[in-house]
Structure formats: structure tokens, C-alpha cells
Ligand binder design. Sequence first.
Ligand SMILES: CC(=O)N[C@@H]([C@@H](O)[C@H](O)[C@H](O)CO)[C@@H](O)CC(=O)C(=O)O
Length: 303
Amino acid sequence: MQFDKFHGIIPAFYACYDDEGNISEARTKDLGQYLYEKGVQGVYVGGSSGECIYHSLDERKAALSYAANHLKGKMTLIAHVGAPSTRDSIALAKHAAELGYDALSAIPPIYFKLPDSAVLKYWSEIIDATPLDFIIYNIPQTTGYTLTTSLFERLLKNDKVIGVKNSSMPTMDIERFKKTGGDNVIVFNGPDEQFVAGRIMGADAGIGGTYGAMPELFLQANRFVQEGKFQEAKLLQSEINDIIIALCSLNGSMYAGIKEVLRRRGVNIGSVRGPLEGISSEDGGRIDNIIVMIDQAIQRYCR
Ligand SMILES: CC(=O)N[C@@H]([C@@H](O)[C@H](O)[C@H](O)CO)[C@@H](O)CC(=O)C(=O)O
């Protein structure tokens, strides 16, 4: 495993729709190019921010294909392949392997509350389906399942398991997973609101849903941590949090707000798919303000 290619800032890639709400290759290319020019290390395709939960299997395959068509060779590509059934997850895993993705990742099974034995079998069958490395996705607030350090330890016995993307809120979870896995395991920070804290507690890198709205700020926060400039990192994180809170306070969903920010930056990737709500007319002025907040933070910290 090349550890380095999984370091740095890895935006969770957004679902890119045309004006009719279909997955769009042209708009995937535009978002990919935008993130590439910003200098991110990779993208995490088809996860929560990719609205995977609202896509058919064919749409998910298309989203993985379009991102690979335009970004393969330019940055690290991680495919999220978690789906309601093991069969669909394996189909997505094989598709991602054929496309040349660098690693797979999957949430645990959703909807039914299943025992650890079923979760272990589910992840193991995905891992066995391809030669690719695998990153466990722990996101208890949406899946209802919490990864324990003992199941993590069992999964790590498989050499293809290279780490965990931890989106649970306690930074202590990051510290525990890092302690369990050691230096040969990559822990990704999930909650963007505590990126700096997660990095300090042991996260090697970050995968996040708001990075795409302000890649400059996360790249800079990561640099501050690498350079040991913790005071600057803390102040920047605080400004990032003001922006995330503002995005989460819109009438529309956070993703709709982020997509509007991107549209005003010249990257039109459509809106969101229902039941996620699009932005309202009142949100327009709030988004003007969010853009000012992002630009001011860039001025203050990235010069
Ligand atoms: C619960 C949740 O959605 N967490 C997000 C965060 O990036 C989150 O959007 C951010 O911290 C704002 O709350 C990510 O961990 C999800 C993510 O990376 C993904 O799109 O798969």
C-alpha cells in the first residue's frame, strides 16, 4: 500500500446533475477539474455527499465511471460502494476495480439492525470481491451502527483493510482507532467541524463533505497542522465552523447550499435530489453572506 497517496485533503465528491436531475458526465468533469486545480489530493466518490442513497445501481456505476474518466491519473480515487444489499455492493466494488480506483470504502449494512457477525461478513465479502485496498466507513449518526475497536481489530487482520474513515463526532474515536491500528493504518477525519482536532488526535488525513465548498481553507488548515502552527489552525477551524453552521442553517439542505456556492463560483453541478430540499428564495442572501465569509477567511489565512 502506498500510504502517501491517501494523505491530505480528500473532498467527498458531490452528486453532479444536469438540469433534468440526471447524473451528468460534463458536470462531473467540471467539478473534478475545479477540485484538481485547487490542489486536493484525491476524491471520495459516491458517499453521503454523493447522495448515493438516492441513486439506482446504474446511476451509482455511472457516477463512479464519470469521475474516473476525468480524474484517473490526476489524483487518488476512492469509491464508496456501500449499498443496501451485499450483491449490489459487490457489483459496485467490481465496477470500481475495473475503472482503476485506488481503494474501496463502504458503510456498514443499513436499515435492519444486524449483529457484528453480519457486518463483518458484509464488509469481508466486499473486500474479497476485488484486489483493491479497503477503507471502513464509520458513520453512526446516519447508519445507526457504531464500529467497535474490537471489530476494527478483526478487520485489520485482512491486509487489504488499510484504514477507517471515521465520521463519528468524538475525536476520541479517532485516537482509539489510531491506537488500535498503529502506524500502518490510515485514519481519516470525518467531521469537518473538528478537522484540526481530529488531525491532532491522530487522523492522518481528512475526507469531508464541506471541503468542496472551501478547499483552500481545508488545505491551509492541514498545512498549519503539518507545520505545528496549532494556534493558526485553531483560529481557521473556528472560521470554518462559522461557515458550516451557516450552510446548515439554510432552508435548503447543506448540499444544496454548497452547490449554490459552487454555481456562483462558475461550477454548475445542479441541485440536490429529493427528499433533500433545494435552496429557498430566502437562502439567496444567506449564500451571498457565506461566500463573503469564505473569501474573507481565504484572505486572512491563505496568503
Ligand atoms: C455526517 C456527515 O454527513 N458527515 C460528513 C461531514 O463531512 C459533514 O458533512 C460535515 O462535517 C458537516 O457537518 C462526512 O463525514 C460525509 C462524507 O465524507 C461523505 O460524503 O461520505
